[in-house]
Design a protein around this ligand. Sequence first.
Ligand SMILES: Cc1cc2nc3c(=O)[nH]c(=O)nc-3n(C[C@H](O)[C@H](O)[C@H](O)COP(=O)(O)OP(=O)(O)OC[C@H]3O[C@@H](n4cnc5c(N)ncnc54)[C@H](O)[C@@H]3O)c2cc1C
Length: 499
Amino acid sequence: MRGWSLEASVSRERFNFQMNTQAKQSDSFDFIIVGAGSAGSLLAARLAEGGEYSVLVLEAGGSDRRLWVHVPIGFAKTILDKSINWAYQTEPQAELNNRSIYWPRGKLLGGSGAINGLVHIRGQHEDFESWRRSGCDGWGWDDVLPYFKRMEDHYLGASALHGAGGPIAVHKPQDRSPLGQALIEAAARSGIPPNDDFNGETQEGAGDYDLTIRKGRRSNSAMGALKPALCTGRVRLELHAMVQRVIFEGSRATGVEYRIGDGPLVSVHATREIVLCGGAINTPQLLMLSGIGSAALLEAHGIEVVADRPEVGRNLQDHLVARFVFKTRRPITLNDKMKSLWGRLGIGMNYVFRRRGALTYAAAQAGMFFKSEGSVPRVDVQAFFSPYSADGAGKSLHPFSAFTLTLTQSWPTSRGYIALRDADPGTPPIIQPNYFSTAHDREFFVKAMRRARQIVDAEPIRSEISEEFKPGPLVRTDDQIIDCWRRPEIEPVMRVVPK
Ligand SMILES: Cc1cc2nc3c(=O)[nH]c(=O)nc-3n(C[C@H](O)[C@H](O)[C@H](O)COP(=O)(O)OP(=O)(O)OC[C@H]3O[C@@H](n4cnc5c(N)ncnc54)[C@H](O)[C@@H]3O)c2cc1C
């Protein structure tokens, strides 16, 4: 699901509304953007670029002035910080022992781009081509590539596949673990070729990830695009402004209503367009609150129907990740460094004086894209290597030397939905991903795990590993593997919190 763009009326009314930031007072805007996340921030800056349009950006969260937003490894802290996170929970998942799965989403300037794992990955060429073939004109690989290039400030400079000078910095990890490099070599011996650029000609292979880090600090579209645009005076940003609904005149979107904290409802109108960039959960929620969705469901909540669009909120897709933890023979993981006061002090000093070291770690350093089995048409497993391990969110790093290898499914076939729980914009919507509801998705993890075990059984990584700690050598048969992923070992995102 993507953000929706709704055509606005050409109403030229003038509006007064409350302000909560240093932004300048303005009467009307050409564009209103809901959400200052990855998409909304970039779009606002682009729209304002020519100097022709005025843009209002409404963001439900607050400022990004927080240490752990900017220090890369802070993703492990912000993932749980409810003051900057919508911290959603899914419905209980029938195929996961009725567990409800935690879904973090950023609620601050920068959105999820301010709390994400900093791994810079484009979709596969074939993804975009299949969209184009399905009728999405303008979404083929050649169509989207210029935009990917425009947003990048790539460490190798401009090329046929990459951009320079764009708002988002793209760099390789500065401090690479020898374990990650050993994994890349082992992958090569297992038939997975080295790949220096997963965002290049092909995703298949093993190599270091590209990261959205500039000089040891997080880079995102709010920092690289929106903040400079605010200085031009053509973009106005309202923080803590929670949009409640889109206002329609007939079937035309003319404005939005928002509320700052517990304050009164404020209406603001757009002369050109209203663009919803609230992310994959909040955008369909806002559409439904505004009367666009399944007429029957909207009426059940007492919402006036503007357009009967039953597909809004449907076709939700998410990919679980499954984590291996391998104990290592050598004490060269972050777990080891964090054990002693001197180690922690060294990490801090390295960052303060050189902007390097463990505090610049992203969710993964190296990784692999490979096929779960030979017959699949293209790579369907993404693997992340991280030089540390923990039992899960909010837990301390393990007291032993270990690394994590996380697998995720590029092509889940389970489908779910987002639906309104009630008509109150403050009530979190129903999130039903229906994880593991297809045999294909369950079997995928069996195949992916077996293939990953083959890879780590190759040298030189094999000699580095002393033991598979999780899920462990006793998990062998298909049923055991599926059963183990139904338990809390499987998570929707990597959740590791150093203490
Ligand atoms: C923990 C985590 C780790 C991730 N790791 C990676 C990674 O390593 N690599 C990667 O490529 N992707 C990663 N992602 C995904 C990536 O960050 C998102 O796909 C991307 O940020 C989505 O951009 P967006 O603009 O659609 O939504 P968001 O960036 O989430 O922005 C939506 C914004 O809209 C605001 N908003 C929502 N509703 C309203 C409303 N009603 N009124 C006003 N404002 C509203 C929100 O507060 C938010 O700021 C991760 C995501 C998370 C949560």
